[in-house]
Unconditional design. Structure first.
Lengths: 398, 247
């Protein structure tokens, strides 16, 4: 961080190269339309600049403040806290401008008008965000501080959306029109991602333990699961439909048990197939990674083989299994989008509907929550893995 | 994993099917209903396969060039400042689903092959970049020391020591990108890119399981063959360097 600048005179100004890149992106974005105004949902709209949204001096003052915040983030000689606060202020400021511009434009126009975020706004948000992340990255925060950053981010994002301040932005208008559908899609998406993960753990964990014990099974089983992983998602999802349709029609009890060729079932099974490889192979890797001396010591204390497995080896393998859960969850949140294409529900429904109607707001309504969900799940599990990896190591000093 | 012989058989079978799908009509007939056609004929399978592969090849080639160049830049002296951030972007970026990248490139590029290419290129950057950086930063220090000792200048060290040592790792990144791109290109046909996904989607829309199966089969086989070829390339590259690679 500062170690390389300490030899320099105190007041000397130094720049952070990544910060300069973001500042340049951000400054350029100030002169690109921040929102697009459309008289209705489908037609292409007109760009609105900060300087056209706010007349005269006010507009230029806002541009100057935003530019100053970008430059502050790039100054390496400033304390990290100041740079982070500047970047966060820029982020919030950009959001405030978006809400304010959207509300005032909508108030002045006919019903059905839409205001959607444009390139300039996305670039400004990205530049401030990256500047903040770059500073945070160099601070080497403790685990606890990282949990707090995650929680804080989630809370702020939820508050911004829940406040209704952005209600006049096109994506939120789309949301308002489909609130019930959105909630259902959210539920289905969670069921798809977490449900398949749960089933994969129930099936995959015992298989992993079995492979650990029966050496000869490893190659064929892992090979088969690896092949499954390679098959592109649309192909696998598609193939599930005829297979389960056939089973539901021809196997007497199947339909009663909920097996069907359409709906959530084939999607869930396809996701399950993708989830098995990480769970099985990581269980195996975790178990083989436990030092043999540990098992021998336990046996020496009079434990049976089953006890050694259940009380010593499996608990020690858990951090690696948790890594598998991270991989599977993030992967499934993304793949669950494909379910929308085969009638399996989830956010993919909006994505593909939006693509069909070339309605950008609908595409965003499907993709933004999916990305947010994947990021939160990924970060949370990263932190959990770190927590598990640091605490037992301290205790056993391995 | 599959064995070289099986791989050759699979490749031959795939080629035959793609060139002369009508030979396999009897195989797919049981999956159709109401006398629907068993073989997709709207566009020739061969043409779809070739454009699918071309799309993936272009995207992966472009991602490889850019990602390896960026990977080299951030691991040099002058690019070190960017390394932690670039790492974060690469790992966080891979959390974003490829489908989302595909959907978001539509408004920028319209429909067709262009947005698919852009999405494949953007997403393909991440695994290759991450692996290039990992490969270039985890070099055995004694080898680098030795390279310096025999008087190689920086550029020589990069080209004749560091890059060859990182090569198996970079290749693994390219494999990952290729497999993801193959799958994402399939979904690209929902935005009118000419890929094999077209066959699957046509099957889904007309409830013709035979279409779904043959589309899925061709894409799946291509993915498996490419995966295997890359894996054996990685193994031989690693063996040439005297590394032991797992799995």
């Amino acid at each position: 961080m500062h170690s390389d600048t300490t030899s320099l005179p105190r007041r000397r100004i130094t720049l952070s190269p990544p910060g300069v890149v973001f500042a340049v992106i951000g400054l350029a974005a100030l002169f690109v339309p921040i929102v697009t105004f459309k008289p209705n949902r489908i037609v292409p709209g007109d760009g609105v600049w900060i300087t056209t949204a706010y007349d005269g001096v006010a507009g230029w003052l806002i541009v100057a403040i935003l530019a100053l915040l970008f430059l502050t983030g790039a100054l390496k000689s400033l304390p990290p806290a100041v740079r982070i606060v500047a970047a966060l202020a820029g982020l919030l400021g950009t959001i405030v401008i978006l809400g304010h511009v959207a509300t005032s434009l909508i108030a002045d126009s006919a019903r059905g008008a839409r205001v959607s975020p444009a390139a300039g706004l996305w670039c400004m948000l990205a530049a401030y965000l990256l500047a903040a992340v770059d500073v945070l990255n160099r601070l080497e925060l403790s685990l606890r501080a990282r949990w707090m950053v995650l929680a804080g981010t989630v809370i702020v994002v939820v508050l911004v959306f829940a406040s209704g301040y952005l209600a006049n932005v096109s994506v939120m208008m789309e949301y308002a029109g489909r609130q019930a559908g959105f909630n259902a899609a959210f539920r289905q998406h969670l069921v798809l991602a977490f449900g398949s993960l749960g089933i994969a753990l129930v099936i995959g964990f015992p298989i992993g333990v079995l492979l650990f014990q029966v050496n000869g099974l490893r190659r064929p089983v892992l090979g088969a699961l690896n092949l499954m992983q390679t098959v592109p998602s649309l192909a696998l999802f598609g193939i599930m439909i005829p297979i389960f349709g056939w089973i539901a029609m021809n196997v007497p009890m199947a339909a009663k048990l909920g097996v069907a060729g359409i709906g959530i079932f084939p999607a869930l099974v396809a996701l399950l197939f993708y989830s098995l490889l990480p769970v099985v192979s990581n269980t195996l890797v975790g178990l083989t990674g436990v030092a043999p001396e540990v098992g021998e010591a336990a046996r020496g204390m009079g434990m049976t083989n089953a006890q050694v497995l259940a009380r010593v080896q499996i608990p020690l393998a858990l951090p690696v299994v948790l890594t598998a859960i991270r991989i599977v969850l993030v992967q499934n949140i993304g793949l669950a989008v494909i379910a929308g294409l085969i009638g399996g529900g989830g956010f993919g429904t909006f994505v593909f509907q939006g693509l069909n109607q070339s309605a950008m707001d609908l595409i965003l309504l499907g993709t933004l929550p999916t990305i947010a969900l994947a990021l939160v799940a990924g970060t949370t599990l990263d932190l959990l893995v770190d927590a598990l990896n640091t605490s037992p190591r301290k205790r056993s000093a391995s | 994993m599959v064995g070289r012989f099986l791989l050759i058989v699979l490749t031959l079978g795939l080629c035959t099917f793609v060139v002369r799908p009508e030979m396999f009509e009897a195989v797919f007939q049981p999956f159709t209903q109401n006398d629907a056609p068993a073989i997709y004929t709207q566009t020739s399978l061969l043409r779809l396969t070739l454009s699918h592969l071309a799309l993936v090849a272009c995207a992966v080639l472009a991602s490889t060039i850019i990602a390896v160049a960026l990977g080299i830049l951030v691991t040099r002296e002058f690019g070190r400042e960017f390394l932690p951030l670039a790492r974060t972007i690469a790992s966080v970026g891979q959390t974003i689903p490829p489908v989302a990248v595909l959907a978001l490139s539509v408004p920028m590029m319209g429909f067709g092959a262009a947005p698919t290419l852009l999405a494949l290129f953007l997403y393909g950057l991440l695994p290759i970049f991450e692996n290039t950086v990992t490969g270039l930063t985890n070099l055995p220090p004694n080898v680098i020391e030795a390279a310096r000792g025999v008087g190689l200048i920086r550029r020589q060290r990069l080209w004749s020591v560091e890059l060859p040592l990182a090569f198996p790792m970079i290749l693994a990144g390219i494999r990952l990108s290729t497999v993801i791109s193959l799958a994402t290109a399939t979904i690209g046909s929902t935005i009118a890119a000419p890929t094999l996904g077209e066959v699957i989607i046509a099957g889904l829309l007309t409830s013709n399981s035979a279409y779904v199966l043959q589309g899925g089969l061709v894409v799946g086989l291509i993915a498996i063959i490419i995966y295997e070829v890359f894996s054996s390339l990685e193994h031989s590259a690693a063996r040439r360097l005297g590394f032991q690679m797992d799995a």
